[in-house]
Write a protein that binds this ligand. Structure first.
Ligand SMILES: [Zn+2]
Length: 133
């Protein structure tokens, strides 16, 4: 991955995780990363159209997953694709919690463990100071 591609992906995302929306400047200890939406093991490429900017926790949780199970319908659905889908159509905040509005949103929240207690606590602290946007 060359520096130009990394810069393109980071700037396109406004230096914010494209899954949980955590801004890099709110996660100073862990640098955000390039994520392959379709992982290399599934023949995903380094084309910017297959890349997303993610926080470490989302990237580690997504790993090579392409799908998850919607808790409401018990159906297997593809995970959120930030290159093809719009965050606010699939997710919203209820307080500091990220909720899925669609089967894809709910499956992605679950697989990426978006409301793990420490992550929720950080978003609550950001919400409390008016920095959760
Ligand atoms: Zn994230």
């Amino acid at each position: 991955m060359n520096a130009e591609t990394r810069r393109t992906v980071r700037e396109r995302a406004d230096d914010r995780c494209e899954y949980c929306r955590l801004r890099q400047d709110h996660a100073p200890l862990w640098r955000h990363q390039i994520e392959h939406i379709i992982p290399r093991k599934h023949r995903g490429t380094d084309d910017p159209g297959n890349l997303a900017w993610t926080c470490v926790r989302c990237n580690l949780s997504k790993s090579s997953n392409l799908s998850g199970i919607d808790v409401e319908t018990a159906q297997t659905v593809e995970l959120f694709n930030p290159r093809k889908q719009t965050w606010w159509e699939h997710f919203d905040y209820v307080g500091a919690e990220i909720i899925g509005l669609t089967p894809t949103g709910r499956a992605t929240v679950a697989v990426l463990n978006m409301n793990e207690p420490r992550r929720l606590q950080l978003r609550q602290e950001l919400l409390d100071i008016g920095e959760l946007d």
